[in-house]
Design a binder for this molecule. Structure first.
Ligand code: SF4
Ligand code: SF4
Length: 296
């Protein structure tokens, strides 16, 4: 019997919904990264995308809630055929973060998004994935050619006065400060002046492709009430966030394709209580912070 079965999973109870995530493109992505925890890949059809009506219904149904942030994710959310209209809906409500691999941020697209954002009081925040400041190391895990496209995307964002966050999966346990310092040097060289808030470095989630290529969670990597004693669970994403997928409401992006993460069918009927029974919760505990939401 595994150690995990001997313990009752602790739970987190949400007090108020502050962050809504939309998994716009399910697991559709134009890349196939070796550490993708949802095993996203380029095999997809139009049916892979969340219907815009679901976004609208969710925003309508939460009108009375104090939603502070919306996050658009996938897969690659910019593949969604209705991304511009979805952004228009979201920006009427609050700041909206797009989590992207950066490969689709060409000059024309970013210029258009600048014009779109200028019509609203809220901001589009871009989180661009880049795992290393060295092209070869980055492309080894993210797909060949990703680095150059992502850097070009970041340059376009700067050109049109966006201030992107660089999102890094520290998949081989490097020193975070060394990573930041390497990135700073790289971005200085292209005229992008970064601060700490421009970096979000997270540990890997050991499911999907990561589990296949680098190893899954060990039997003793789970959370119980005892191991959570020193953790700041108020910072865990499931305390303040829910993610809407094609298939219903889930506790967090890490569990968006895992039946253990499903806690409702619509935003009207989801559970406020999340049992931390997946090994993924161990990653949140280890980080002791926000694995997914922006940090400020
Ligand atoms: S990690 Fe991100 S960019 Fe890479 S395959 Fe997964 S969703 Fe796509
Ligand atoms: S993985 Fe993290 S955010 Fe998701 S349910 Fe577990 S503790 Fe909550």
């Amino acid at each position: 019997m595994s150690l995990q079965l001997l313990f009752k999973a602790p739970y987190i109870e949400m007090e108020s919904l502050e962050n809504i995530w939309f998994q716009l493109s399910n697991t559709a992505c134009n890349l196939k990264c070796k550490h993708c925890f949802l095993s996203c890949n380029p095999k997809f059809t139009n049916k892979s995308f969340l219907h815009i009506d679901k976004v609208k219904q969710t925003l309508d149904a939460t009108r009375g809630e104090n939603i502070k942030n919306i996050y658009l994710t996938g897969g690659e959310p910019l593949l969604h055929p209705e991304i511009n209209n979805i952004l228009r809906l979201c920006l009427r409500r609050c700041n909206t973060t797009i989590l992207t691999n950066g490969t689709m941020l060409n000059d024309k697209k970013v210029r258009f998004l600048r014009q779109l954002e200028d019509n609203y009081n809220f901001e589009i925040i871009f989180r661009v994935s880049l795992d290393h400041y060295d092209e070869i190391i980055n492309d080894r895990i993210r797909t060949r050619g990703h680095f150059r496209k992502a850097i070009s995307g970041i340059q376009n964002l700067i050109k049109y006065e966006f201030n992107p966050i660089i999102s890094t999966v520290n998949y081989d346990n490097r020193d975070d400060d060394e990573l930041k310092s390497g990135f700073r040097e790289l971005f200085d060289s292209i005229g992008f002046e970064t601060e700490d808030l421009n970096y979000k470095i997270i540990p890997p989630i050991k499911t999907g492709e990561y589990a296949l290529n680098y190893g899954k969670y060990q039997d003793d990597e789970f959370v119980d009430c005892n191991s959570l004693k020193n953790a700041d669970t108020d910072n865990f994403d499931c305390k303040t966030s829910r993610i809407i997928t094609q298939d219903g409401v889930y506790s967090c992006p890490a569990l968006a394709t895992d039946s253990r993460g499903k806690i409702g069918t619509t935003i009207q009927d989801y559970s406020k209580k999340v049992f931390l029974e997946a090994n993924t919760c161990y990653t949140c505990k280890k980080l002791n912070g926000k694995l997914f939401n922006n940090d400020w």
